[in-house]
Write a new protein. Sequence first.
Length: 682
Amino acid sequence: MRKYILSDLNNKGTKIDYISSLNNQQLDVVFNGDGHCLVLAGAGSGKTRTLVYRVAFLIEKGISPDNILLVTFTNKAAREMTSRCREILKSDIKGLWSGTFHHIANKILRMYIDRLGYRKNYVILDESDSQDLVKTALGYVAKEAGMIKKDLPKASVIQSIISFSQNSQKPISSVIRKLHSKFIHLTDVIGIVKYKYEQIKKETNSLDYDDLLYLCLTLLRDHSDIREKLASKFRYILVDEYQDTNILQADIIDLLGSVHKNILVVGDDAQSIYSFRAADIENILNFPKRYSDAKIFKLEKNYRSTRFILNLANNSIKNNRFNFPKELQPVKNGVEIKPALVPLSDPVSQARFITQRIEELRSEEGVPLSEISVLFRSAFHSVELEVELSKADIPYIKRGGIRYFEQAHIKDILAFLRIAHNPLDEVALRRVLYLLSGIGEVTFLKIKEFMMYKIVKEGLSVEQIDFSGLTLPLRARESLDKVLKYILKVQKYLEKEQVDIPAIIHTAYRDIYRSVLKDKFDNPDEREMDIDVLAEFAKNYKSLESFLSDAVLTEGYKGERFDVDGEREEDVMVLSTIHQAKGLEWKVVFVMHLVEGAFPHYRSLARDEDLEEERRLFYVSVTRAKEELYLTYPISYEAGYSYMSRVLSGPSRFLLELSENVYEKWEIEEDTPSSILDFYLD
DNA sequence: CCTCGCTCATTTTTT
DNA sequence: ATGAGCGAGG
């Protein structure tokens, strides 16, 4: 194969120096990645690099960027990859389609969804919107069936069942049997709730995350002209993190690649960590079966971590039975520090230790904060640490937990924008009206029915509706008037050539929301600042619709700046859930709260496959580290909240099952009773 | 019919 | 500590 490489290079006279930038395995992918290709890329094996060079190579070879589709796991990753591509090519790349599956599905549906009987101006519901709507559906169904809500699962549970069923393309009944067997006797009712939920979505022209994928697939499958058109457009398709795709996503790729048949997927079965949202590891394992002509590439050389760290990672993952056996081969040379296992007496000591060590790294060893991160299983594990970091004046951003766009006040403001865009947006209208006094469930329904009738049946616009035909209590009337006045005002803005979204946000805030914010929350000033950030972010958009879509599909976290135009990061540290740390690397990594029951999470203990996923998560966490790795856990901690007793559940099994020689034990808490240490560290 | 204040359970991971 | 759910008052 190497022969082709040189002749290829000589003939094309390329400007990019592939040979000195990539190793042989990587070069092979870059030059020979035509057709159906599976690239099995271990952690730290330079898979992003390989993808970036592959895209650059295609463009340099003369493929137009709009004939390339690059699917990534986050939109952030897509931005990073395209900007790196731009750097090596030293030219702008316009027209390349890149982003997450949801992002790309949205792009396709905005063009063609009318073919499926939806209007193109649909709204996208995020998970909590979807939950709200399931709750509404549940209300109707419970009433009709004469059941009490108490006897039914919570809306969030039903929502998750519906979602999993959609993403895995399995019937509700089998999802319930597998994931929520205690509700098995309610299968029929849940099925009806799902039906009702679908119906409301259809009526209100809204799509949830799963609909984006499912409808995109339906569109491609059932409308051959659209399929042909798009599949002809995409001469080359590249998919990153393929191990975390679900069946819908794999099928979408299959159809989009059905004309040119150039589908290159990259992934690592050992890093599959999203089965809870129906990611199916079979996609990657069966890729060669799905495409019998598939070429398989392997990237096994690890450029990231020291041999101690890799040794630890290999040692851990070999306890898993269900995956391709493989070992990461270290390449790195130089100073090697053994990973440290650090037991601390409790979460506060743990936080202090990490903070102290970070200070040392920073001041004594000159490690920039941007080269350090702290990872954990669950977002709330970092609370004590956040306190300590703030005390020590160490700037950090946290990824995981509540997202920026999911905060109540941001969702409130977005709801205002949504009803201006579409006054019949059920979820948004309910949210806005509930904020104001005098309007509850019954009054809301009355208003909604009235507006629906006037708009849908009589074809009136909001401006034309005579609301005096609706009898309402005084307070409700006042509240409604406020909202209507707002909608009319904003619709004037929308008629203008250049839509000023920040102005719409500020109008909603000044006219209505400011006073709500003041009594609803105890930190209104802080939240007001968030709303300013939102307005700032909105400046980049020229249509309300695209702004609203991105607000739902963008993964930004609180405190994280939206690096839309690749602004330089300042020197801040990252705290992150392991899920959010996927694909990233740091010189120094702390993995904290390695406590049995927390990590592995107690809900995964019952089934081997779930436990193995937790172990893969551990594997992902340790392979983020380039040079130094600290594994910490508190010996005792308070589970749940303070009314519960202190728990001594002991270190994670992921620590215990590692052989002693892969890390150094580091006991720094002199006040820790040694008997406890002896017991647990045995 | 709405709101407020009480009680109870509740914390995995996310596009 | 926070949120959801429920029952009593307004």
